[in-house]
Design a protein around this ligand. Sequence first.
Ligand code: FE2
Length: 384
Amino acid sequence: MTEPEDMLTEPTTNLEKVVPEAHDFLPLLGTDHVELIVGNAKQSAYYYMAAWGFQPLAFKGLETGSKDRVSYVLRQDKITLVLTTPLKEGGELNAHLDKHGDGVKSVALWVPDARKSFEETTKRGAEAEFAPEVRSDADGEVVLSAIKTYGDTVHVFVERENYNGVFLPGYRAWNPDFKPAPVGLKYIDHMVGNVGWGEMNTWCKFYAEVMGFAQLVSFDDKDISTDYTALMSKVMSNGNGRIKFPINEPAEGKKKSQIEEYIDFYQGAGVQHIAVATDDIVRTVTALKERGVEFLYVPDTYYDDILDRVGEIEEDLEPLRKLGILIDRDDEGYLLQLFTKPVVDRPTMFFEIIQRKGAKSFGKGNFKALFEAIEREQESRGTL
Ligand code: FE2
């Protein structure tokens, strides 16, 4: 699989195909940025800098002539977050906040041709969010277009070959003195969408037909169920493997599925978690914990027979046990992963920290242990 390491610097022609069934007709070069609509962008920016080690990059707001919204742009290695808050009542942004709380509005994708991306996807049935538009300033121009996906989530196509500015036209560089050290986050490994009952296949079909993705794996409720909760999941990937979108739907269990809880509070489909990659998960998770990020608690018994289950690993088990890091193995290697509690007020969006040691899967072997951990949290919220 293509290492996403040089995702933003590789020449656009280097698009090795790693998922043979997929058709990269757009093609997608990588995740450009993720935009969250939040209640207080200034304070969210502080949280993602102080707790997560993101670095300040760009800003737009009243000082730059943006009268209706303020956006802070943060970056850590290949991951770019945009935090946006409306400055006035009414309008789309407030409707998004009112309905969903803080959450992801846009998963923006880096493309060589945003006009073509819009044409090809809408021709195949995508609903338009906005038609191609050119935005320019002294640093050059970008072309942006966007289509709708599940819920109120959109994909913005970003063509930035002719732009040399810090982020996008309309933003100015933001360079405050406050720059807490990064925690070693490298790139977005995958982003998971939660959709409603019976809608998983609809959206997998959307990514296959509209975006040219292919299915990597699927899990049904027999793989992913505990005594109480259940879900089904399929992982869709583009051809070069840089964009992976697992899609979850709730399944019947004795009590309320965590996916259903998400959908109740997000009031519809949306981005459930953003998985961010590190090449030193012990260091990254240690730093995140010291800075106040809260993770799901896995019972100590998880580690009792772990090496029988996953075989030899390079890491010492003790620090993994101490931090509650989960381990899983597939045919190609193993992976280390850990999930945060929701990072917003509603029990909706969270993050996954992942370190791949050859494995290309998503931690299926951990689902049961993990869901039991989530259920303990649900129980404490009275939503199980
Ligand atoms: Fe994940």
